[in-house]
Design a protein around this ligand. Structure first.
Ligand code: SF4
Length: 433
């Protein structure tokens, strides 16, 4: 956007920005309705002024469910070329957002390449980068230092940042009093907790929230209010620690918006199916209908190796109940840094969860996609089917790996292909197929 207004500030002045126009076009919605929803904080359009090749996306009520892909290097696996190949894969599979979760050494090289090459919304968790960027042990880092790291990410062009500002002293007291099976599983949350306990200080992002907003406002970065107390296992789902942090996040949504900063809220985590809808409703109520970005939710703890499926089940239910943004989970969750195949499987599983929810919510354009696939199937138009498929390359390779005897069919039913039988019968009857 040319102006120095943020999207929410522009919307409050009834200005329809170029980004709002793009979202309206992609979502088959009226630009005025998008503008009104941004003004209310029900839709966010993360779009850093410095991310010049961004294709703007809207996240929030009434829009298609968006998906995020986590990438980035770790201390054990730091091959930047591999990560950039995964970026290419995510962009080719039309991921809406990519979060750089690099957590070792100097991370700006990957982050800036990501911003320069990808049209997806780019997110980071500046807290992961603090020790590497500042080259100091955790105990020597000051609140100002933390803000400097956020400033650096802002200048580099990221569109949204996860900030764990809701884990306050009061929330920690609630957690320690009530006890948990798996305590804190949020990486950023665990670092903030450790820093607070070492220094004796309040959460620096909570205490200096207005200064933080000043940095975010300048670049129009959306704050993604992180859930440090998200349940990391079914035992801890929807407990007092999680809900007390959510109450703080609701307060911070309002403060961010008052500062001209767009806000969304992150959510669980590991949640059994029967609690998912309630989690979404409570978040929407406590956080004034800010967009909800869920990390799963994983509906059981017992499926390492298959957690993309565990999360897709939870994600479909969450998005149907009103979650707006799904963070992908790969088969390697809890096990290792994902390889390219894990990334592909995670994206496909999350996209199908998002789309299944969009169908259930009657999101404009969702049903048309399925209709096109059904028409292609009825006409044995395999190329069109692969073009429409979430993972067309995988679908094509599976078909081609097992050629059928009967042309046009597949080896599932072969000569007994129901579609072929009915098409031929209808033709004999003089009816159009
Ligand atoms: S053979 Fe069976 S599975 Fe394959 S296209 Fe025909 S009906 Fe579908």
């Amino acid at each position: 956007m040319d102006s120095d207004l943020t999207q929410i500030e522009a919307a409050r002045k009834h200005i329809i920005t170029a980004e709002m126009q793009t979202v309206a076009r992609d979502e088959h919605r009226d630009p005025q309705w998008i503008c009104d929803s941004v003004a209310l904080g029900r839709i966010v359009i993360p779009a850093n002024h410095n991310h010049t090749n961004l294709h703007a996306h809207g996240v929030g009520e009434g829009l298609s469910t968006k998906i995020n892909v986590n990438l980035g290097v770790s201390g054990d696996q730091h091959n930047y070329a591999n990560e950039m190949k995964k970026v290419e894969l995510a962009d080719n599979m039309h991921a809406d957002a990519i979060m750089d979760l690099s957590n070792c050494g100097k991370t700006s090289r990957f982050r800036t390449s990501l911003v320069q090459t990808s049209p997806a919304m780019i997110g980071t968790v500046p807290m992961y980068d603090a020790i590497g960027y500042l080259e100091k042990p955790l105990e020597d880092i000051s609140a100002d230092d933390f803000l400097d790291v956020v400033r650096k990410h802002a200048e580099d062009g990221v569109d949204f940042v996860t900030i764990h500002a809701g884990i306050t002293r009061a929330v920690i007291d609630t957690w320690l009093k009530e006890k948990r099976t798996l305590n804190i599983v949020s990486r950023g949350g665990s670092l903030i907790f450790a820093w607070m306990k070492i220094t004796g200080n309040e959460n620096p992002f909570y205490e200096h929230f207005d200064e933080l907003c000043e940095i975010l406002r300048k670049y129009d970065i959306t704050i993604s209010l992180g859930d440090a107390m998200r349940p990391g296992c079914i035992d801890d789902a929807t407990d007092q620690a999680q809900i007390s942090e959510l109450v703080q996040l609701g307060e911070l949504v309002t403060r961010a918006q008052e500062n001209g900063v767009q806000a969304m809220v992150e959510g669980p985590g590991h949640v059994p199916i029967d609690q998912i809808e309630a989690n979404i409703k409570v978040e929407k109520t406590l956080c004034h209908h800010a967009p909800f970005y869920v990390l799963g939710p994983l509906v059981t703890d017992v499926a390492p190796g298959y957690d993309h499926i565990t999360a897709a089940i939870g994600g479909a239910i969450a998005a149907t109940a009103g979650a707006d943004f799904l963070c992908y989970v790969t088969p390697s969750e809890h096990l290792r840094l994902p390889d390219a195949q894990d990334v592909r499987d995670g994206i496909a599983a999350t996209q199908l969860a998002a789309h299944a929810a969009d169908l259930a919510k009657h999101v404009p354009g969702a049903k048309e996609w399925d209709h096109k696939m059904a028409v292609a199937r009825s006409q044995f138009d395999w190329d069109r089917m692969f073009e429409l498929a979430i993972d067309g390359d995988k679908a094509r390779s599976m078909l081609e790996a097992a050629p059928p005897q009967e042309e046009g069919t597949c080896t599932m039913c072969g000569q007994m292909c129901a579609v072929k039988t009915v098409n031929e019968t209808l033709k004999r009857m003089g009816l159009t197929v």
